[in-house]
Write a protein that binds this ligand. Structure first.
Ligand code: SAH
Length: 367
């Protein structure tokens, strides 16, 4: 029988190996998994954690994803869209604070007004964030849902270079259960391919602990990331949201969910090596040091929330979202302490692009 230490020393893993690692229960075994993932992170992507200042541009959404707190059908929240000045100011705050990158996220809209609005925000952020520290301006990531190839190209031309679009679950049946029939699994997979074609560094991810999800499903999610040659992973625990239409099926026990989410980060690192993995805010809804724990288990990106505090309570994708009233500077010192307590450094004033992207594009151009 394979011992855990020999399993952790492997460089490739079968589906059964992945399921074994995801299902570890013994605290010593979990510590061994954490240490293996942490060391591999240091070797593969270095000892820095990169910040991306997150601006939640708008909670207006044309879609009705069953799990989501800002879905169209939730009538209990006030809808907002920040002004261009608010978006640009928040992004520039991240540049001045040394973050190197920002993320613009919003509910999904595909109308020309919104597309042009984002395009002009991106162009202005790019232009005004150029400095001695950031000679090419801020790195800009978008997380704005499924759009057409043409829209992806417009936003890229304006200056964005990374895009996050979660597959949510790579199991088409689970995907079908958590989305209305108008949202199709195949369309989402095609959107990820379009993003690659438009030249973005592409990120995806899943929600962990979805009702009915098995460890084999999570193993398949990791295989899905590999099959799309993904550069960045943003995945987090599924937490019920008020106004969500899946309340009746509940969610996993928070402690068990935290443990599973951390093991998923670690195993993804062991299998995929050189991708960027975010330690997402949702982890902090389960434990006050959730993001620090994510870093200890192999994540190398954190996304401090820079959304103006007046509207933050209206962007609650799930219940108990942390940091609703914390000022950016306050959050920053807390996060920095946890990064350093974990033996990592913050990668100030650099984009922190995923090494995987450099390698895959070099491989494509030489072969
Ligand atoms: N509309 C954009 C971005 C906003 S939603 C998009 O779809 O890409 C961003 C992410 O929040 C989603 O991809 C989903 O994985 C996550 N999310 C939504 N509801 C959630 C919940 N109840 N628990 C945990 N994560 C959730």
């Amino acid at each position: 029988m394979t011992t855990l230490s020999s399993l952790l020393a492997q460089t490739s893993f079968s589906d059964a190996d992945i399921v074994t690692l995801l299902g570890l229960k013994d605290p010593d075994d979990i510590a061994a998994l954490r240490e293996a993932a942490y060391s591999l992170t240091t070797v593969e992507v270095g000892d820095t954690v990169h910040y991306r200042g997150l601006v939640e541009v708008s909670n207006i959404c044309a879609l009705d994803c069953h799990y989501c707190g800002i879905r169209r059908g939730n009538r209990d929240i006030e809808r907002y869209c920040l002004t261009k000045d608010d978006v640009v100011d928040a992004a520039l705050w991240s540049a001045e604070s040394g973050y190197g990158s920002c993320v613009l996220q919003a509910g999904e809209r595909r109308d020309e007004g919104f597309i042009a609005f984002i395009e002009s925000c991106v162009a202005e952020i790019k232009e005004r964030s150029v400095s001695q520290q950031l000679p090419h301006g801020l790195g800009i990531t978008l997380s704005l849902g499924e759009q057409t190839l043409e829209t992806y190209r417009r936003w890229k031309a304006a200056g964005a270079h990374r895009y996050l679009l979660r597959i949510e679950s790579s199991n088409p049946e689970t995907f079908g259960r958590i989305h209305p029939p108008t949202q199709r699994f195949e369309t989402r997979v095609a959107a990820l391919a379009d993003l690659g074609q438009a030249g973005y560094q592409v990120g995806t991810g899943v929600m962990i602990g979805l009702p009915g999800q098995t460890l084999a499903d999570l193993a398949a999610d990791i295989r899905f990331y590999a099959s799309c040659d993904i550069d960045m992973i943003g995945m987090g625990p599924y937490i019920v949201a008020s106004g969500n239409s899946m309340l009746d099926v509940g969610m996993m026990d928070p402690q068990a969910l935290l443990g599973l989410s951390l093991r998923m980060i670690a195993v993804t690192r062991l299998v995929l090596h050189d991708v960027n993995i975010a330690s997402t805010t949702a982890l902090e809804a389960l434990a006050t040091d959730g993001r620090a724990q994510g870093i200890a288990f192999g994540a190398n990106v954190a996304m401090p929330n820079l959304t103006p505090r007046e509207v933050r309570q209206n962007y609650q994708l799930y219940q108990g979202k942390p940091g609703l009233d914390q000022a950016p500077a306050q959050q920053q010192s807390g996060l920095e302490r946890s990064v350093e307590a974990g033996g990592r450094r913050v990668g100030w004033n650099s984009w922190g692009d995923p090494r995987h992207f450099g390698r895959r594009t070099a491989a494509n151009s030489s072969g």
